[in-house]
Write a new protein. Structure first.
Length: 323
């Protein structure tokens, strides 16, 4: 499947548009600093008017979900705001100078910035000169330190970074992924329409197996966007995003388990593949023009299946993203 363009992505994707292209006069850092180094010295910490800070890059969490951030953006946000009101802002946000004189772009700490805005307070900010790749890495490191991105949030985060023109090396650095780990995420975003993911939510308790199963259901055409919406629309609004994903997969499995006559295909003359509910069978004519091919396949089929199985297990390990 072709890689999605930025225009094809919804929600979080639109927020990364400001990350490319960059002003030509931005100071470029050639090495990516560790999170501790980005926290900076006291001389880099300033109190800024929140109105001088503008948005940049992918947001810390996906927006527009039905049941994604209810705890975090509801009670969690109010708790954060009360803490800042009573004890002050303890952890600075990270910003960089914007292309417009006097303005700053936020790298991470949007909830702290929002809380200070709501409270009418100046925000403590660590001001650093960072290029895009380093800024994205800083965001990824900060998210990893909090360990609050779900598997699906990582997948969407990876997709929008690539859609903005950054290479896979940068994506892997930002999210601390192996090559196969990124492949797992890409499989999900390449096959599950974003608007279906928006309807489900971040599903923080659901890892790679469930999202991969849904991606495979789309890839094999067991389900499509319209049928997914039909299923999801019947679910209670009170369900969490994890429950919505679980219920969707149960319904897809239930529908797929209905009795059927099976499927029969003839990929090349003389070869027939029959796919039923319980088994897959193949027959090959040993006569005529197929005789030589049938003899060769008789000798090689065992090795072909072993090799295919090894390739399958190599990209479907038990872990979520580390590969």
């Amino acid at each position: 499947m072709a890689r999605k363009s930025l225009q094809d992505l919804s929600g979080i994707a639109k927020t990364i548009a400001n990350s490319s292209p960059q002003p030509k006069d931005r100071t470029t850092k050639t090495t990516a600093p560790a999170l501790g180094a980005l926290q900076g010295s006291l001389s880099a910490i300033r109190e800024l008017d929140p109105s001088l800070i503008v948005d940049w890059g992918p947001k810390d969490r996906l927006d527009g979900f039905t049941a994604v951030n209810s705890e975090d953006d509801g009670d969690g946000y109010e708790t954060l705001k009360s803490s800042i009101k009573d004890g002050g802002q303890q952890v600075p946000i990270l910003v960089r100078r914007a292309g417009t004189e006097g303005l700053f772009e936020i790298i991470y700490g949007r909830r702290r910035l929002r809380a200070c805005r709501d409270l009418g307070l100046k925000v403590r900010a660590n001001v650093q000169d960072l290029d895009d790749a380093t800024a994205l890495l800083a965001k990824g490191l900060e998210n990893a330190a909090r360990r609050n991105l779900s598997f699906y949030e990582k997948a969407r985060f990876a997709a929008v970074i690539q859609a903005a023109g950054h290479n896979t090396k940068t994506v892997r650095q930002v999210l601390s992924l192996s090559a196969s780990g990124l492949s797992h995420l890409t499989k999900v975003t390449d096959n599950i329409p974003d608007h279906v993911g928006d309807q489900i939510g971040a599903a923080p308790k659901s890892g790679r197996p469930k999202w991969t199963a849904l991606a495979e259901a789309f890839a094999s055409k067991k389900v499509n966007a319209s049928s997914s919406f039909a299923i999801l629309s019947k679910l209670s609004d009170e369900l969490s995003s994890d429950d919505r994903l679980e219920q969707l997969m149960r319904e897809i499995t239930r529908r797929g388990a209905r009795p059927s006559e099976g499927r029969e295909a003839t990929p090349v003359p003389g070869v027939t593949i029959k796919s039923g509910r319980a088994t897959i069978g193949m027959s090959i004519k040993r006569a005529g023009e197929n005789a030589a091919f049938a003899e060769w396949l008789d000798r090689e089929l065992e090795d072909i299946i072993k090799k295919s199985y090894q390739e399958f297990t190599a990209v479907n390990p038990a872990d979520d993203t580390r590969g």
